[in-house]
Unconditional design. Structure first.
Ligand code: ADP
Ligand code: MG
Length: 286
């Protein structure tokens, strides 16, 4: 039979919007050694806003932007949502063929007969497209565009760090827990966010499979891992962690389904709270 303390712990957590899918995860959180987090949608709001459109000479916004919009209309990624919000008014129904979403890279497809690439610089490198590498260092997420094998320009977008992210990281550190941020976004953005929230370690430019490798390494070298994420891409890491935590508000169904713990209101401060409830429950049980 399950000791009464566990029911108290699960109840206290659920009243605070933290759903534990089993009492054993109270124990896991009580003793957790590393909290590993995704950036976009976990520590940041995951709601990007377009900052600027910078096209190369010879490319025209009126031609190009509706094509970008048409391709992004097929994706549910937060980056795609930002582009659609911004370009939506310019929407023209255009024929999109052979659309392919390449995880951690972006989109490729044929729009009105032209080969379009819309994604990060890694996507451009994958297709051997030349671009000015100086633009890689700006601390903004970049949606680069190539048309028929030629770099056409970029749309810069920015996300906002969640209000309680820094406070959540501080609380975890005070509890003696190692904090790590993993992201598919480029290093300059990752570094900027890492400094703002104060995580002990941060790694960018990671493909979904790189996140899996990182989490396995952390477990092998530094002990138990709670991983917090929100995306479809996060489901594999959520599955392999000692405690997989999903942001439930904006999170993908795959992440929520795979998770052991769901944070309903998406607030990072619920992570140290889950540890606190786990530790308090343990005192009552044992
Ligand atoms: P993360 O959630 O850590 O940012 P993802 O693997 O979801 O990681 O995405 C990594 C990067 O791939 C994004 O930061 C973005 O630059 C690019 N990307 C992914 N999907 C799209 C898309 N639909 N349009 C443009 N860029 C995209
Ligand atoms: Mg994500």
């Amino acid at each position: 039979s399950i000791p009464l303390g566990y029911f108290g712990g699960i109840g206290a957590a659920s009243r605070n919007g933290i759903l534990f899918k089993g009492s054993n995860y109270l124990d896991v959180m009580a003793a957790v050694q590393n909290v590993v987090m995704d950036k976009t949608g976990t520590l940041t709001k995951g709601v990007f806003a377009v900052q600027e459109v910078v096209l190369q000479p010879g490319f025209d916004e009126a031609d190009l932007l509706p094509m970008v919009n048409a391709l992004e209309s097929k994706s549910t990624h937060p980056v795609a949502t930002a582009i659609r919000e911004y370009l939506g008014a310019k929407a023209v129904p255009l024929e999109v063929r052979e659309m392919e979403e390449i995880a951690g890279h972006g989109l490729a497809g044929t729009v009105t007969g032209k080969r379009l690439l819309v994604g990060n610089f890694r996507l451009l490198r994958k297709f051997n497209i030349a671009f000015d590498t100086a633009v890689e260092d700006i601390p903004l997420t970049v949606v680069a565009v190539a048309v028929d094998g030629v770099y056409a320009g970029m749309i810069t977008i920015a996300d906002v760090v969640k209000a309680d992210a820094a406070e959540a990281i501080q609380a975890l550190k005070r509890m003696g827990i190692n904090t790590v941020m993993l992201s598919g976004d480029k290093s300059s953005v990752v570094k900027y966010v890492a400094e703002r929230v104060g995580v002990a370690e941060a790694y960018g430019d990671l493909l979904p499979e790189d996140k899996v490798t990182r989490v396995k390494d952390i477990r092998a070298q530094k002990g138990s891992v709670a991983f917090v994420g929100d995306g479809v891409n996060d489901a594999p890491v959520i599955a392999l962690s000692d405690a997989g935590i999903a942001m439930g508000g904006l999170g993908s169904d795959a992440a929520i389904e795979t998770a052991d713990i769901v944070i309903q209101n998406d607030q990072p401060s619920r992570i140290p709270m889950a540890v606190r409830i786990g530790r308090a429950t343990k005192k009552i049980v044992w």
